[in-house]
Design a protein around this ligand. Structure first.
Ligand SMILES: [Fe+2]
Length: 313
């Protein structure tokens, strides 16, 4: 792919982008009676926080961003990628706080890594876009592409135009598409899907079309909700965000509400499903009500290791 190139917008995404205000999330046991379809709940929650005096503390928590480091070992990892470090940044919702983009940039510059992956949800609001999101994501992307190759996918808060802007900055946007990382004659395949949660536009078959080497595949999809498909399709690693780890949690990180149809163990951090390893980031920003409790924001430094041991079940 050339810089600035991106797969043309799919009919599904185009239709949902057009009818964005009317489109409803419908899944899981609650069907359309889903909290994501009831934005007035956010106003009720804001009033509750103000009443009990926790709003300021929640906002401070939401800005306490740090680097979370983790490691995965795979017996099928091509040898040349042993020790490769991925910086995974997702759910920036960058126009939420004016200082957030700069904080992410400074943190990213404080660590060494080989490749950066952007996991989607760059925009804060769910149903409308902000010019500040474009401006601040451009500034962040311009800085990140100076340091390493950067790959990205779109989230449920993003319109296709956000992807085009990032592609113009030099980010390789994988919207139902794949690309290879090459090192010393070895190859690792990165597969990026369009959003599966709100746009329902993820197309794994299309993304894999023309794939010549799928011996080690990493799936990047904004939401972890494709975990069963990824395991069935032989992926080794799945990187996701979207859940914000619950964002507002009880002590011990127990999410009060969840916005993904996945088992709770897949909502945050490291997980395994059959032969698939996954990581669901708590994300860098926050959405809805801009507070966090017992669920700090993160950017994630993931080191890949070659191992002969089988992944735990
Ligand atoms: Fe998000």
């Amino acid at each position: 792919m050339l810089t600035g190139d991106m797969r043309p917008i799919s009919e599904k995404r185009q239709r949902v982008e057009r009818e964005r205000r009317e489109h409803r999330v419908s899944r899981g046991r609650w069907g359309r009676f889903h909290f994501e379809n009831m934005p007035w709940l956010e106003d009720v929650f804001k009033v509750m926080l103000r009443t009990v005096g926790l709003k300021r503390r929640g906002e401070r928590n939401a800005l306490a961003l740090s680097v979370e480091s983790t490691e995965f070992a795979f017996d099928n990892l091509p040898a040349a990628f042993d020790g490769m470090r991925i910086l995974f940044i997702t759910d920036t919702h960058i126009d939420e706080f004016p200082t957030l983009g700069e904080t992410i940039r400074r943190l990213a510059e404080s660590v060494s890594y080989d490749v950066c992956i952007l996991g989607g949800d760059y925009n804060f609001a769910y149903r409308q876009e902000s010019g500040m999101a474009y401006l601040w994501m451009k500034q962040l992307a311009d800085a990140l592409v100076q340091r390493s190759p950067v790959y990205g996918v779109l989230g449920n808060h993003d319109k296709y135009a956000m992807g085009q802007m990032l592609a113009d900055c030099g980010v390789t946007m994988l919207v139902n598409e794949h690309a290879y990382l090459e090192n010393d004659g070895d190859r690792l395949c990165l597969v990026g899907l369009d959003d599966c949660h709100y746009y329902e536009a993820a197309d794994m078959d299309l993304a894999e079309q023309g794939m010549q080497d799928g011996s080690f595949k990493v799936l990047i999809c904004h939401s972890p909700e494709m975990y069963q498909d990824a395991a069935d399709a032989g992926y080794s690693l799945y990187l996701a965000g979207h859940t914000h780890g619950g964002q507002v949690c009880l002590p011990g990180g127990i999410a009060v509400v969840t916005c993904a149809t996945v088992p709770r163990r897949i909502l945050r951090g490291k997980w395994y499903y059959g032969g698939l390893a996954g990581y669901t980031s708590r994300g860098s920003g926050a959405s809805g009500v801009c507070v966090r409790f017992f669920c700090p924001p993160e950017i994630t430094l993931i080191t890949l290791r070659k191992s002969t041991a089988a992944a735990p079940l």
